[in-house]
Design a binder for this molecule. Structure first.
Ligand SMILES: O=C(O)CCC(=O)C(=O)O
Length: 297
């Protein structure tokens, strides 16, 4: 894999686990990001369709997206330059998780942006307050980006892991972050976030990144289209400002239709990954391979 992190140890960890935690920002940086959020908070909250988790994209306000991206990059890109190599930055967003006992985000993967045989794409996820299992912290299934290649399209598709989602959820590792820490998260790794019970919205900023030199794609499956009619677009990062409410790109070069078989991952494929993966204890391996029925929730 072409490295994206300068530190070989962190790169190795990122390749093996699918994520790595780093301290990139200081308290003043975080304060600037918080202060700006207070100026756009009302518009974020007014646009909430999804009661638990919402992002700047849902405001439908291009100016908010442009201004957010400018500020995030002004604050973050120096640090990115210090720690990353072979990268291109895409766009950034606020990602807000409301407080509530139904606010857990179940395991999923993020969209596919690049040909993952050639490079990778990832988020730099930076919460603006401490996070843990009671305040919307991230949860990651270490190494799960290696289970099998996947095409992840927008806005909806039959996720190939749904039938074992309950099992995956139980295998995730909770990540705690202090103020100023970021999680670098491969878009292909299975992840979610824990509930937020703080009584306050949990606000994070996310900057999308990918390996330099990779073409950036967006796959759109219009509601009702069969899986052999996925629209594939070649994108420039700023084209993500212009996604329409239904998820269709307003700009982007249409490359043609692609077809994909979204069939559920085979239990045998999952078990082969468990056998080979070195994140599990011997007991977990035995349990998953021989004793337990994998479950959907
Ligand atoms: O911010 C969160 O709670 C979840 C983030 C996430 O799942 C994502 O970036 O895909």
């Amino acid at each position: 894999m072409i490295p994206v992190l300068k530190d070989p140890k962190l790169q190795k960890q990122f390749e093996e686990d699918g994520f790595v935690k780093m301290r990139l920002l200081n308290e003043n940086d975080i304060k600037r990001l918080r202060d700006f959020y207070t100026t756009v908070q009302a518009e974020h909250e007014a646009s909430v369709n999804e009661p638990c988790l919402y992002s700047s994209v849902e405001t439908g306000n291009r100016q908010i997206l442009v201004d957010t991206d400018k500020l995030v990059k002004e604050i973050l890109m120096d640090k990115v330059e210090q720690h990353f190599i072979n990268y291109q930055a895409m766009i950034s967003n606020y990602l807000v998780k409301n407080s509530g006992d139904k606010s857990e985000l179940y395991p999923h993967q993020d969209l596919l942006f690049v040909d993952e045989t050639q490079g990778c794409s990832f988020n730099i996820w930076t919460p603006l307050q401490k996070t843990d299992t009671k305040s919307g912290g991230l949860r990651v299934l270490k190494g799960s980006h290696k289970i099998q290649p996947t095409l992840r399209v927008s806005p909806f598709y039959p996720w190939p892991f749904t039938h074992i989602n309950g099992t995956l959820r139980g295998l995730c590792t909770d990540i705690q972050t202090e103020i100023g820490e970021s999680v670098i998260l491969n878009h292909a790794v299975i992840h979610g976030s824990s509930e937020n019970l703080t009584g306050q919205p949990r606000v994070a900023v996310m900057l999308g990144m990918c390996t330099s030199g990779c073409d950036i794609y967006y796959h759109y499956l219009p509601e009702g289209n069969p899986a052999n009619q996925i629209e594939k677009y070649l994108m420039e990062p700023d084209m993500y400002y212009d996604l329409q409410a239904n998820g269709k790109p307003g700009r982007g070069k249409f490359m043609g239709y692609v077809s994909y078989n979204f069939e559920p991952v085979k239990i045998e494929t999952f078990k082969n990954w468990v056998k080979k993966d070195n994140h599990f204890t011997l007991w977990d391996k035995a349990r998953l391979l021989y004793f337990e029925t994998l479950k959907s929730n």
